[in-house]
Design a binder for this molecule. Structure first.
Ligand SMILES: [Zn+2]
Ligand SMILES: [Zn+2]
Length: 374
């Protein structure tokens, strides 16, 4: 039994095009033989994933596969023999995130900018508050050191491509209902170079480029929000034929901190205070970005009272200003009373008068509820 294409990529049956592409790219990076040379099974897995991707990324073939499975594809001429999976450009595109022919469509020889790369990092709220340095590692395309990117084994000649006569392009003429259509394509023999190495470089198999692992320390500015990205220009894939390198995008995830809610540059923390302590007045320990802090709770503090710690929230990127920390005092009614506690509370209850209740508290609670409902 051949493995299910969706299973091979680890996506749901209803996955959209983007999710499928994303899953395949992640797998390709992990399994590509250039990277994963230590795992002999990786190449087989890579081929299987590439095949699944070829099917699921093409709406027509995906439709056939969904209805009739692999056999259906084979019997309808969509089999791998007729199409050929994992063609060089598909793999290159999936692995390196760019078209090796520079958008190939009509692009002849000339400088080619390298593709962009995105990497994800996750930092804590604490790190987000106080500028952090994070290490990132990623795979990128760099010129092959052995052939210096010219694709030929050192010392062997490079000849003008016979197929395209050195132009780097081919013109494909097709007849359609609207007449003849001429389309320029990158030459499939020289990949748009116009030149062909008689003996391909053994290090890069004549590709001129290699995948290299790069490591980099990235400074994350204080106050960064979850999902923001940092752009490092020129740190992406190398360009070709003298073109500039692409950019590196660092997508910063800020992990949730269960002690705080983040509201823009403000932080909100909730602290429990027992009802008797709130009635008598007390001190509570409050978590802040700088550690625990003691906060005064005045006698008669009501549920939901908010204490503001000025300037103790998150900084704003690019400015020195910081938000506030709001501390919500959650007055807790004691439960699981012992008989002694019941006695004391009953005595307290019987002694409470209107003077202890106060209109103010109800008014302020009502206005808070109104605000919340608006
Ligand atoms: Zn090389
Ligand atoms: Zn050519």
């Amino acid at each position: 039994m051949r493995q299910d294409a969706y299973e091979l990529l680890g996506v749901q049956r209803g996955a959209d095009e983007r999710a499928i592409k994303k899953a395949f790219r992640a797998l390709a990076r992990q399994l590509h033989p250039d990277v994963n040379s230590h795992d002999p099974a990786a190449e087989e897995k890579f081929k299987a994933a590439a095949e699944a991707y070829e099917v699921l990324s093409d709406p027509e073939r995906r439709g056939v596969y969904d209805r009739h499975g692999w056999d259906g594809l084979d019997s309808r001429g969509f089999g791998q023999a007729s199409h050929g999976f994992g063609s060089f450009s598909d793999i290159f595109e999936a692995f390196f995130g760019g078209d090796p022919f520079g958008g190939g469509r009509g692009g002849g020889p000339g400088p080619l900018q390298g593709g962009d790369i995105a990497v994800e990092v996750e930092i804590s709220l604490q790190q987000a508050a106080r500028s952090a340095s994070v290490d990132v590692a990623y795979d990128s395309v760099a010129p092959c050191e052995r052939c210096h990117g010219n694709r030929a084994e050192p010392g062997t000649p490079i000849e003008t491509c016979e197929r395209c006569g050195g132009a780097g392009q081919l013109r494909a003429v097709s007849r359609t209902a609207f007449g003849q259509m001429v389309r320029a394509q990158a030459c499939d023999v020289c990949a748009g170079d116009g030149k062909v190495a008689t003996t391909p470089c053994v290090e890069c198999s004549g590709r001129g480029l290699r995948a290299v692992r790069r490591e980099l320390t990235v400074d994350v500015p204080a106050g960064i929000a979850d999902g923001q990205r940092i752009r490092l220009s020129g740190r992406g894939h190398s360009g070709e034929r003298g073109g500039p390198a692409g950019d590196l995008f660092v997508l910063v995830g800020v992990a949730e901190d269960e002690r705080f809610l983040r509201d823009g540059s403000d932080l909100v923390a909730v602290v429990d205070v027992s009802a008797p302590a709130a009635a008598l007045g007390t001190e509570v320990s409050v978590p802040t970005l700088d550690g625990e802090e003691t906060v005064e709770v005045p006698a008669g503090t009501q549920p939901g009272t908010v204490v503001t710690l000025r300037g103790r929230g998150m900084p704003t990127v690019g400015s020195g200003r910081a938000g506030d920390q709001q501390v919500v005092l959650n007055v807790v009614i004691p439960r699981n009373l012992t008989s002694r506690q019941r006695e004391l509370l009953a005595e307290l209850r019987d002694s409470v008068t209107d003077a202890n209740m106060g209109e103010g508290a109800r008014e302020s609670l009502l206005s808070k509820v109104r605000r919340a409902l608006r």
